[in-house]
Design a protein around this ligand. Structure first.
Ligand SMILES: Cc1cc2nc3c(=O)[nH]c(=O)nc-3n(C[C@H](O)[C@H](O)[C@H](O)COP(=O)(O)OP(=O)(O)OC[C@H]3O[C@@H](n4cnc5c(N)ncnc54)[C@H](O)[C@@H]3O)c2cc1C
Length: 336
């Protein structure tokens, strides 16, 4: 008989942990929401896998986890019964003429990564025409961060559930669980992936983020674009079927009220300044999520008895979850 493992929380970490464990263990998932987990931060995320771009603010530890995870994602996604959009065509960074200072600042603060494939490349106008023709209308040059990736978070959410269900994982939705109070005799290991739901046990705060999801048939961008701006830097992440995620605000607050007019104006006007085709786009959703953050923005793994807690993924949940969860599960000597 397989050992029983409980996973509490079915956001990004919970799904990654369940996929890593489903082959060798009898997996039970407990989630306080329904199976769509629309309140999880991962449901709202743009799911960019951008360790180099994030290195401007993130620690070397986080950047290393992100670099390792870029290679782990394809293996995880290969387990799913339905293909989920994943690409590694890099990120393009651009700035309008008046914001070249912000671009120079960003370039200067990128951490040097050892792998030569990750080195940033200056792109002149001729190269931009080749790489992303529609961007070359408004921008004369760009910075290419070549090895970065992104995936379709909604596809991952949908198909991770379907695959795990088919493989016999047990789901217990609408169950608000305290991992330390689960019956010890029933589960050999409990993996605590509650995100901000663990804030009474772990020193965490919510960092509000807002994104706009739009359908823009006139916009043809094939890779994520980051617009440098002194007040509100934004990114535009293309997803399948002419969809784009425009994000994201970062506000020190755990307020989950709908997107403010100010944020919507900033996100959408910045997107329009990158490509006029966004004027004809349709807004599918304005979404809000809370990033679970520790005080120092470092991810958190802690073991107490048979409970392992993984948390504090902040703005890097998709970027680092595979490597971080793998580390945590190895800590418990679990086979993957
Ligand atoms: C606007 C925005 C944009 C983002 N963009 C990116 C990006 O481009 N790239 C990137 O890498 N990251 C991004 N992130 C960050 C990423 O979404 C988070 O880091 C990640 O979702 C955290 O994963 P998690 O599993 O810890 O928490 P969550 O994804 O929040 O999942 C936690 C789950 O636990 C459940 N839960 C909570 N308490 C309990 C309980 N007591 N019992 C049972 N279940 C419980 C919740 O309902 C939820 O489903 C973004 C976040 C936001 C908000």
């Amino acid at each position: 008989m397989k050992e029983k493992v409980a996973i509490v929380g079915f956001g990004v970490c919970g799904r990654v942990a369940a996929l890593m464990l489903a082959k060798h263990y009898d997996v039970h998932v407990f989630e306080c929401d329904d199976r769509f987990t629309k309140a999880s931060a991962g449901y709202v995320a743009a799911a960019m896998l951008a360790p180099l771009a994030e290195s401007v603010h993130a620690s070397t530890h986080v950047v290393d986890l992100g670099t390792e995870s870029l290679d782990l994602w394809p293996k995880l996604l290969a387990q799913l019964e339905t293909e989920v959009f994943f690409q590694r065509a890099g990120t393009l960074v651009v700035a309008h003429a008046q914001d070249q200072g912000a671009m120079a600042h960003f370039r200067q603060h990128l951490k040097p990564l050892e792998n030569i494939e990750h080195k940033p490349r200056n792109i002149d106008h001729a190269a931009l025409v080749q790489l992303e023709p529609q961007l070359s209308v408004r921008f004369t040059h760009a910075l290419h961060l070549p090895n970065e990736g992104q995936l379709d978070n909604l596809g991952f959410y949908q198909h991770s559930y379907a695959t795990l269900k088919k493989r016999g994982a047990h789901f217990h939705f609408d169950q608000q669980i305290c991992p330390h109070k689960l019956d010890n005799g029933l589960f050999n290991t409990v993996v605590d992936c509650r995100g901000l739901g663990a804030k009474h046990d772990i020193k965490l705060r919510g960092v509000r983020g807002e994104v706009a999801r739009v359908i823009a048939p006139e916009v043809h961008l094939t890779r994520p674009v980051r617009l440098m701006h002194p007040r509100y830097p934004i990114y535009i992440a293309p997803k399948p079927h002419n969809r784009f995620v425009i994000g994201a605000t970062e506000i020190e607050s755990d307020d989950l009220r709908p997107t403010s007019v100010r944020s919507a104006l900033e996100l959408l006007s910045a997107a329009y300044s990158v490509h006029s085709g966004f004027a004809e786009a349709h807004i599918e959703a304005l979404q809000v999520g809370l990033r679970p953050a520790t005080l120092d923005h470092e991810p958190y793994i802690s073991k107490q008895g048979n409970v392992i807690s993984i948390n504090g993924l902040y703005r890097h949940g998709f970027m680092i979850a595979p490597a971080l969860v793998k580390q945590a599960l190895a800590h418990m000597n679990l086979s993957m």
